[in-house]
Design a protein around this ligand. Structure first.
Ligand code: SF4
Ligand code: SF4
Length: 412
């Protein structure tokens, strides 16, 4: 967490930025509707809340276009102008749905972000082929923000080998990309190398009040600041975990402010960092969207007292021992069909639920996770999931713990 002096300095900068950005709304406001606060990039306002399209609502295996359309419309009416999609999201369905639903809005009224799936690039032609398909799927002529997706050391080596950055820079010169950046999941040392080696317009980092220390997000953020790059924040609520926390941590937050949701604390925490341009949140329920919009409308950075409260809640939450899985599902191709994030959700529910309700809560989630008859004891230790996990979780070890926990509580 930031120290007190640093935090107050940060807040002063944000108040000034908010004052400037407040005059630059891109959507006309109606008299009644409040708009999400904005930050400035290239002299244009970007909404502090960004719509993450990784977890759009689904119905019968397809994106629920009616509900997603209502979510987009509400978001746009309330000033959200940044939409983030990617090639692998929802098995390729996110790009198509996002493009289709944004089509009715003037192209210059929203920012669309898409990403190059680095791990699928085996030749420079792959970059062009995928990029052209993405433009078609999204029904646009250009991307406002385009990212080399999920770089880590291994993927960066492939990106270098396939000359991805130079290729994308050419697209930027042609006007097909307005801002070029990358999203990142590795150590600060790797981040520094990537920042030093190329010219970037922005960077997308996983920042939240747990990863600030747990995954060295503080150093990553500071590196972005040193390079004078705006930061797009992903996973501000760690896949929704910080919107739920646990009972005791919630108590701390509710005592401090009975009206504020746990999610609003998490969003305000990251938005309080002055180099943050937008905070992406995957919103598939209207109530969550409304809460997020309200948290970042007339934005107030956390005060130092609120920081202390949040730190107390964080400590309580961390002491419960939950697995820091974000539910991204990048590990979905387990050859044994094991539903890893769902099993981790069962484990985390057990760890964070009151003693009297623990067993029932675990069993409910465990039964859902193993509905396809793939149980964690079927893991053949191939390690494929761990290669794909951006959080670098020791998945095999944790699955063994879940097997043991199931045995212990159900005597099976
Ligand atoms: S290590 Fe186990 S859980 Fe991971 S992919 Fe292999 S079989 Fe699946
Ligand atoms: S285990 Fe890793 S890859 Fe799988 S859902 Fe969790 S964070 Fe994502």
């Amino acid at each position: 967490m930031m120290d007190r002096r640093e935090f107050l300095k940060t807040n002063a900068k944000i108040a000034a930025a908010a004052a400037i950005a407040g005059t630059l709304q891109s959507f006309p406001a109606t008299a009644q509707e409040q708009k999400v606060s904005t930050r400035e990039h290239n002299k244009k306002p970007v909404s502090l809340l960004g719509f993450g399209c990784m977890r759009l609502p689904m119905k019968n295996g397809e994106v629920d276009m009616e509900l997603t359309g209502s979510l987009f419309d509400y978001a746009i009416r309330h000033g959200v102008n940044y939409f983030d999609t990617a090639w692998p999201y929802l098995g390729g369905k996110s790009e198509t749905a996002t493009g289709t639903l944004l089509k009715k809005y003037p192209r210059e009224s929203f920012y669309l972000a898409d990403k190059c799936p680095t791990w699928l690039i085996e030749s420079p032609q792959d970059v062009d082929r995928i990029f052209d398909q993405q433009l078609k799927k999204c029904q646009v002529e250009y991307f406002d923000y385009y990212l080399v997706h999920a770089l880590d050391q291994g993927r960066y080596e492939n990106a270098l080998k396939q000359n991805i950055h130079a290729n994308l820079l050419k697209k930027k010169e042609e006007g097909k990309i307005k801002n070029l950046g990358f999203s990142f999941h590795d150590t600060p040392d790797v981040l520094e190398k990537i920042l030093n080696n190329h010219q970037w317009d922005f960077v997308q980092l996983q920042i939240n009040y747990v990863d600030w220390s747990l995954q060295d997000a503080e150093r990553q953020y500071n590196l972005a600041v040193q390079h004078n790059l705006p930061v797009i924040v992903m996973e501000p609520l760690r896949g929704g975990n910080l919107a739920v926390l646990n009972e005791n941590a919630i108590k701390v937050l509710k005592t401090a402010n009975p009206n504020a949701s746990a999610a609003s604390w998490g969003l305000r925490y990251v938005a309080s960092l002055p180099n943050v341009l937008t905070v992406l949140s995957g919103m598939n329920v209207m109530d969550h969207l409304k809460d997020n919009v309200s948290s970042l409308t007339g934005f107030r950075p956390l005060t130092s007292k609120e920081q202390e409260t949040l730190e107390r809640a964080r400590q309580i939450y961390m002491s419960a021992g939950a697995i820091p899985c974000t539910g991204c599902d990048y590990c979905k191709d387990c050859p044994m069909g094991i539903r890893i994030p769902s099993l981790f959700a069962a484990y985390n529910t057990y760890k964070t639920t009151d003693d009297s309700k623990k067993k029932d809560a675990f069993n409910r989630y465990y039964n859902l996770a193993t509905r396809n008859n793939s149980t964690p004891d079927q893991c053949v230790q191939c390690g494929l999931c761990e290669q794909h996990c951006p959080q670098h979780l020791p998945i095999r070890e944790k699955l063994k713990e879940i097997v043991a926990l199931n045995k212990e509580i159900n005597r099976v």
